[in-house]
Design a protein around this ligand. Structure first.
Ligand SMILES: *Cc1c(COP(=O)(O)O)cnc(C)c1O
Length: 360
C-alpha cells in the first residue's frame, strides 16, 4: 500500500476536503483509541492509578521525539504545546544578558513571549523571499553574539524552508545556543541538526491530539525543564495519543513522509499557480506542504475560508498579518494538505476558488 493509501486507511473518512494540517491534522484511529481508552480507564480505576500504567508508552513517546530531533542524550518533557515550551525555556533562561536573534518572519505569538520575558530582539538577515542569508548571518552573530538564536525553520504564514542544518553549524561554531521552534518543521523537514533545544506541537504534521507538545533539551539546559511550582495538571490521555502518533510517524518512515509532503506541496503549487487573480507566495518546488496564496485585490481570506467551508466542505486557514507581524504585509489563504491529498483534490479547491465571490 502506498503511503497516501495507508495514511488514509489509518484514520476516519474525511467530510469534504481537509487542507489544514498546518493548523491541525486528522488523527489516526490508533491515536484516538489510545486517548479514549485511557480516559475510560481513568473512570474505571482512577486517574492517578492508570497514569502509572501509561508510563512505558509515554517513555516511548519521549524517546521518539528525541530521535526525531536528534537529541538522543536530551531530556524530553511533554508540554501543552509549542508556545508553552518557549515560555518555559525563556522564563528560566540562565544569565543576565537577554538578547535573542530571530527571523523577520518569526511567529507573532513567539515575539510576544520573547518580549514578556524581557528579551531584546535582533533580526537575522534574509533575502526578499524571507530566507536566511547564511554568510551575513555568520558575520552578524560572530560580531555581536546574542544570548541565543531562536529559529523557526518553517513558519505559520509561509511554506518557506529555512537552512536549519547550516544555521545549526554556524551556531555550534560560535558557541551560541540554538533553540528551534519545530511546530511546523517537525514532520516536514529534518530537525535532527544538533540544536540546544527543539520544541514542537502534537496536532500539526505529526497528527496527534490538540493541547500537547514536547520540548527536548540538551543536558546543559536540562534544569530548565524541571517541573516548577507553577506546573499544573497533566492531560495524560493527550500525551498518550501524541506518543502513539509519534510511533506511527517513525513506523511510516520520517524520510518517506518528508518526501511525500514536499511532493504534495510542489504539485499543489503548480495547480494553484494557474489560478487567475491569486498569487502563490512560495517558490514552486519549496520542500514543504504549505502553500500560501495572496488573494486578488478586495478579496478577504477570512471570508473566503468561511465560504469554502460552508459551500464546499473545504478546510483551509486564513492567516492574518499577526502571524508574522514583522514580515507578512497582507493576509493570505494557507493550504496545508497531508500526504493523502491528491492533485484532483487541489484541483477541486482551485475550481472552487475561481468561483469565490469577492470578499467570499
Ligand atoms: C502553531 C505554531 C506555534 C504554536 O503552537 P501551539 O502548540 O499552539 O502553542 C508556534 N510556532 C509556530 C511556527 C506555529 O505554527
Amino acid at each position: 500500500m502506498s503511503l497516501a493509501d495507508s495514511w488514509r486507511a489509518a484514520r476516519p473518512p474525511v467530510a469534504g476536503l481537509h487542507l489544514d494540517s498546518a493548523a491541525c491534522s486528522r488523527q489516526s484511529y490508533a491515536a484516538l483509541d489510545a486517548a479514549a481508552r485511557h480516559a475510560r480507564h481513568e473512570a474505571e480505576v482512577g486517574g492517578y492509578v492508570v497514569a502509572e500504567a501509561a508510563a512505558p508508552v509515554l517513555d516511548a513517546g519521549r524517546a521518539a521525539f528525541a530521535a526525531l530531533t536528534g537529541m538522543a542524550d536530551a531530556d524530553v518533557v511533554f508540554t501543552t504545546g509549542s508556545r508553552n515550551a518557549l515560555d518555559l525555556l525563556l522564563s528560566r533562561w540562565p544569565g543576565a544578558q537577554r538578547t535573542i536573534a530571530c527571523l523577520p518572519g518569526e511567529y507573532g505569538p513567539n515575539l510576544a513571549v520573547m518580549a514578556a520575558h524581557g528579551f531584546s530582539r535582533r533580526l537575522l538577515p534574509v533575502d526578499d523571499t524571507g530566507r536566511l542569508v547564511l554568510d551575513e548571518t555568520a558575520t552578524a552573530l560572530a560580531t555581536d553574539p546574542p544570548s541565543l538564536v531562536h529559529l523557526t525553520p518553517v513558519g505559520s504564514h509561509r511554506g518557506l524552508v529555512q537552512p536549519l542544518a547550516q544555521m545549526a553549524d554556524i551556531c555550534r561554531g560560535l558557541g551560541v545556543p540554538l533553540v528551534v521552534d519545530a511546530a511546523q518543521a517537525l514532520g516536514q523537514i529534518d530537525c535532527a541538526v544538533g540544536a540546544e533545544a527543539v520544541y514542537s506541537s502534537s496536532r500539526k504534521w505529526l497528527a496527534g491530539p490538540r493541547g500537547v507538545g514536547a520540548l527536548a533539551l540538551r543536558p546543559a539546559l536540562a534544569e530548565l525543564s524541571e517541573p516548577g511550582p507553577e506546573a499544573g495538571d497533566i492531560n495524560v490521555a493527550a500525551q498518550l495519543g501524541f506518543s502513539v502518533a509519534l510511533g506511527e510517524h517513525l513506523a511510516a518512515g520520517p524520510v518517506a513522509v518528508r518526501a511525500a509532503l514536499a511532493g504534495v506541496g510542489a504539485r499543489s503549487r503548480r495547480v494553484l499557480a494557474q489560478l487567475p487573480g491569486w498569487r502563490v507566495v512560495e517558490p514552486l518546488d519549496e520542500p514543504s506542504a504549505i502553500t500560501t496564496l495572496v488573494p486578488p485585490p478586495g478579496t478577504d481570506p477570512v471570508a473566503v475560508r468561511a465560504w469554502l467551508i460552508t459551500e464546499h466542505g473545504i478546510v483551509t486557514t486564513a492567516a492574518g498579518v499577526e502571524r508574522a507581524p514583522l514580515e507578512l504585509i497582507v493576509p493570505v489563504l494557507r493550504i496545508s494538505p497531508h500526504v493523502d491529498t491528491t492533485e484532483d483534490d487541489v484541483q477541486v479547491l482551485a475550481t472552487a476558488l475561481a468561483a469565490a465571490p469577492d470578499g467570499g
